[in-house]
Ligand binder design. Structure first.
Ligand code: COA
Length: 399
């Protein structure tokens, strides 16, 4: 029995007895441990899915990948700190001066501090051919590493989600199905096409095929005055201009660099809508003119998943303010978020105590004023008091 009363899988018990315990790194620990290494590395597996979808999931391990010809660099990076063991086919052999290479069945390197310490990482040693990353399941597919990976806001490189799914397709454990369900709706057409092709070639009878043939459902919601919709390539010029620091209103100016250009983000298979954050454009129903955007991100009021809420924000271009668009856009967004995220019971918005138009717009949108949080936001060189508003699921009309 485990501490929480669950049965221990006998296979897992035997694994532990033979190889010793695991205490895998979190992504931040991997970043810390690999800081300064002069070889590219990237995170694959479940952590890469979580980073892309924003959907939290349990992790048994962390899959960090490097090129196999960087093994000597890896060794010298960890010298004196971690032992490297070449792992595969059930066999483990230390990577030492006597055996500097991986053993013949190995494509992985396990890492631990010493023989009495738990294993912390399973490093996948990936093939590099003519400088390109090679897809191990289909070695004809080789592309520059930049095309097989993406980099998050913190600078951590992750394997693209469609490639992670292509690896996972071989196994189809329940957690792989969950990863597919969380990822597929967020993939763009290019990424979907790639995954469809690969699975058709490698696993023609795969159960994911029928789920992949369903049409993509763009996220959006229409009201009387405005419609919320996902951005497309055609919106790139306008959206990038709005994201420029100089275009920010006094209430949205955080002195941060703009995000990557929209075209670049779409080209890397990212949709603007995820489970923990997203952005939609606000378009006028009457003539299709774009008025601004709304965004959201998940916030947490406790360490358990039930304590999450969604915080929203909005920005409309100056000329169209004061015509009721902001109120309707935020009312539509709150309703949409409750539909999209079935487990969320609170949608909130906070705004500067001096931002009276936004406070009025939120009230018109059906939000209730929760109170003032003092000195909560730093903008333009000073801390500002914020008013917090919220709408909770029970506030919505039934149906
Ligand atoms: C805040 C914002 C989204 C509101 O959108 P909007 O379309 O202008 O809002 P609405 O027209 O629906 O409602 C604004 C209300 O504020 C009122 N208002 C405007 N200026 C006001 C002022 N100085 N004092 C009090 N109320 C004011 C308007 O009269 C209107 O209320 P009414 O319909 O009862 O007359 C928009 O003004 C904006 O993008 N501002 C810049 C970015 C921003 O501040 N974002 C929020 C950051 S947290």
């Amino acid at each position: 029995m485990t501490d929480d009363g669950g049965e221990v899988d006998p296979e897992e018990q035997e694994f532990l007895r033979l190889y010793g315990p695991w205490q895998p790194w979190e992504v931040a620990e991997a970043v810390d441990a690999l800081k300064g290494i002069d070889s590219p590395w990237w995170v694959a597996g479940g952590h890469a899915i979580e980073a892309f979808t924003g959907v939290g999931r349990p992790h048994d391990d962390i899959d960090v990948a490097l090129f196999v010809d960087d093994l000597p660099a890896l060794r010298s990076h960890f010298a004196g700190r971690f032992d490297l063991w070449s792992a595969g086919g059930g066999a483990l052999r230390p990577v030492t001066d006597t055996w500097p290479d991986l053993h013949e069945h190995s494509q992985q390197v396990w890492l631990r501090e010493h023989a009495g310490a738990p294993w912390v990482a399973d490093l996948v040693m990936s093939e590099r051919r003519d400088g390109a990353w090679v897809f191990a399941r289909d070695p004809d597919y080789a592309v520059p590493l930049g095309d097989a990976t993406w980099v998050d806001d913190a600078g951590v490189r992750f394997l693209k989600p469609e490639i992670v799914l292509a690896y996972k397709a071989k196994l189809t454990r329940p957690k792989d199905d969950d990863d597919f369900a969380a990822t597929w709706p967020l993939l763009d057409e290019r990424a979907r096409g790639w995954l469809r092709d690969v699975l058709t070639r490698l696993y023609p009878d795969h159960p994911w095929h029928h789920r992949m043939s369903a049409p993509a459902e763009p996220v959006g919601r229409a009201g009387q005055l405005v419609r919320l919709r996902e951005a497309t390539l055609a919106d790139a010029v306008l959206v990038d201009a709005w994201d420029k620091p100089a275009a920010q209103s006094e209430f949205n100016d955080f002195g941060l660099p703009p995000p990557d250009p929209l075209a670049e983000q779409l080209a890397h298979g990212r949709r603007m809508v995820g489970s923990t954050k997203g952005k939609l454009l606000v378009e006028r129903c009457a003539d299709g003119v774009l008025l601004g955007d709304v965004g959201w991100h998940q916030v947490s009021y406790g360490p358990n998943p039930e304590s999450k809420a969604v915080n929203i924000g909005i920005s409309l271009v100056r000329e169209v303010r004061g015509k009721g668009y902001g109120a309707e856009a935020q009312r539509l967004l709150a309703a949409l978020l409750f539909d999209l995220y079935r487990d969320v019971v609170r949608v909130e918005a906070s705004t500067d105590v001096e931002n009276l138009p936004e406070q009025r717009a939120l009230e018109k949108a059906g939000f209730s004023r929760d109170g003032v949080i003092r000195q909560a936001q730093f903008r333009r060189g000073g801390y500002h008091d914020m008013v917090v508003y919220s709408v909770i699921r029970d506030d919505l009309p039934r149906g």
